[in-house]
Design a protein around this ligand. Structure first.
Ligand SMILES: NC(=O)c1ccc[n+]([C@@H]2O[C@H](COP(=O)([O-])OP(=O)(O)OC[C@H]3O[C@@H](n4cnc5c(N)ncnc54)[C@H](O)[C@@H]3O)[C@@H](O)[C@H]2O)c1
Length: 253
């Protein structure tokens, strides 16, 4: 009889949706959950996500800000695997602009992905998880859930909203056996600022040196926290924003 090492594959038999899966933290999370036994619906607006297709990974090209995307992602999970255990709301974007120069489209564009996208995907996940009586939702927040710098008003407002969505939804969800939490990420070397800086990855690596740990994170380090929060190991963590920021929320250096 085949026996599975559930210590190595804690997500064996489980099904996850990961948004923003084509790059950075989302891709690292997808790979980690998949390596630990989960089947994953990998959602991204970039066509590149299709290249991630393999047994146990179903790519879905979709914009999280569109209402129909969340329902399609949940349907994809149910059609392929018949269940949904984990949702990781990771897709996110940033702009750097002072409020005085910001257009309404700038503002709305950030809220639509970072806050509204998480709401829409959480709602559809809840519609599947509530009847099942279990599940875990992990939102990818930021130091900007709590802190701010000049030029990140739209981003900080969206991540503040995400933190409050995490807390409020956790209270509705826990009555159904569903835990909702967030990770508050510090600087991570990814492509997220490539549209702002000539070398966005270098900018993030340098900016990370302001944290007490004096470096930015690699995507895998945040993925580990996401996987922990998604797992049974975090069974008593509800409505938390767990900071994984190298101490940035304690003090800047
Ligand atoms: N990199 C950092 O320093 C940092 C710090 C704190 C928080 N975060 C958060 O981590 C999350 C992941 O960011 P990352 O750094 O890995 O960035 P990234 O740019 O490397 O990856 C983000 C992915 O999300 C996708 N995406 C963006 N908008 C989308 C949409 N509307 N629909 C579907 N997919 C969409 C992108 O195509 C991309 O593949 C974001 O929520 C971000 O705010 C990042």
């Amino acid at each position: 009889m085949t026996t599975f090492n559930t210590a190595d594959k804690p997500f064996f038999g489980q099904v996850a949706i990961v948004t923003g899966a084509a790059s950075g933290i989302g891709q690292a999370t997808l790979e980690l959950l998949h390596a630990q036994g989960a089947s994953v619906v990998a959602v991204d607006r970039q066509d590149d996500v299709r290249a991630l297709a393999r047994p146990g990974i179903v790519p879905l090209v979709a914009d999280v800000a569109r209402e129909e995307s969340a329902a399609l992602a949940a349907k994809t999970a149910m059609d392929h695997y018949g269940r949904l255990d984990i949702l990781v709301n990771n897709a996110g974007i940033i702009i750097n602009k002072p409020v005085i120069d910001m257009t309404l489209d700038d503002w709305n564009g950030i809220q639509a992905v970072n806050a509204t996208g998480a709401f829409l995907f959480s709602r559809e996940a809840m519609r599947v998880m509530v009847p099942a009586g279990k599940g875990s939702i992990v939102n990818v927040g930021s130091y900007a859930c709590h802190q701010a710098f000049p030029t990140i008003a739209a981003y900080a407002a969206s991540k503040g909203a995400l933190a409050q969505l995490t807390r409020a939804l956790s209270l509705e969800a826990i009555d159904h056996g569903i835990r909702v939490n967030a990770v508050g990420s510090g600087d991570v070397v990814t492509n997220i600022t490539n549209h702002i800086h000539a070398d966005g990855r270098k900018f993030l690596a340098e900016h990370g040196k302001n944290a007490p740990i004096r470096r930015a994170a690699e995507p895998r380090e945040i993925a580990e926290v996401i996987a922990f929060l998604a797992s049974e190991k975090a069974s008593y963590i509800v409505g938390a924003v767990v900071m994984a920021d190298g101490g940035m929320s304690v003090a800047l250096r």
